[in-house]
Design a protein around this ligand. Structure first.
Ligand SMILES: [Cu+2]
Length: 175
C-alpha cells in the first residue's frame, strides 16, 4: 500500500537516523530496544561543552602562570645585600655596609622589557668606578670594593631623567 498516511510520513521525516531500520510497532517486543536518539560508543562521561571549556581554560592558565613564574628573575640570596630597581627607584634606597672590606650586592631589575628604553636600569657609584647596566627582568651581582667610611650616593643614569631624578638616587652608608 502506498505511503499516504500523513501521521506516518511525519514520523519518518523526524527520525532520519532510523531510515535504515524499520520503525517497530508501538508495544511490540522490540519496541523497548529503540530508545530516543542517543550517541553510541565511547563509553566515557560526556561533559557539557561549557564545563570542558572551563577545564581547558583553567589548565591553560596554570601552564601560562608556571611559564611566567619561570621567566621571572628568581632571588638568589647569594649576595650580602639585594637592591631592587624599577622606575620607582631603588628599594631599599639606603644601603649600609661595613667600611674597609668588599661587599657583594645583587641588583634586581624587575622592570618590563616593554618599558621606555627597554626597561634598562644601571647602578653608578663614581667613587668606586662602578657603572653597570642591568637589563629588564634580570639580576646580577656586583662587588663593591673596600670603601672608606662615609656617605655616598649611587644612581641610575639611563632612565627617566637619569641621576637628576630624585627617585633614581639612593644612599650608601659605609661605617
Ligand atoms: Cu633607572
Amino acid at each position: 500500500m502506498p505511503v499516504s498516511d500523513p501521521k506516518e510520513e511525519t514520523e519518518t521525516s523526524s527520525q532520519l537516523s532510523h531510515t535504515c531500520c524499520p520503525e517497530p510497532e508501538p508495544g511490540s517486543s522490540t519496541g523497548q530496544m529503540v530508545a530516543p536518539a542517543r550517541p553510541v560508543g565511547g563509553g566515557g562521561i560526556k561533559l557539557p561543552f561549557q564545563l570542558r571549556l572551563g577545564i581547558f581554560l583553567c589548565l591553560a592558565a596554570l601552564v601560562i602562570g608556571f611559564a611566567a613564574w619561570l621567566l621571572l628573575p628568581q632571588p638568589h640570596y647569594m649576595a650580602d645585600h639585594q637592591l631592587q630597581i624599577s622606575m620607582s627607584g631603588y628599594n631599599p634606597n639606603r644601603l649600609t655596609i661595613a667600611a674597609g672590606r668588599s661587599t657583594t650586592v645583587e641588583l634586581v631589575n624587575s622592570e618590563s622589557p616593554f618599558h621606555d628604553g627597554g626597561g634598562l636600569h644601571n647602578f653608578v657609584l663614581p667613587e668606586a668606578s662602578i657603572s653597570t647596566v642591568i637589563p629588564a627582568k634580570s639580576s646580577l651581582v656586583i662587588t663593591l670594593p673596600a670603601l672608606a667610611a662615609g656617605t655616598y650616593t649611587f644612581y641610575c643614569d639611563v632612565c627617566c631623567g637619569g641621576k637628576e631624578n630624585p627617585a633614581m638616587r639612593a644612599t650608601l652608608i659605609v661605617q
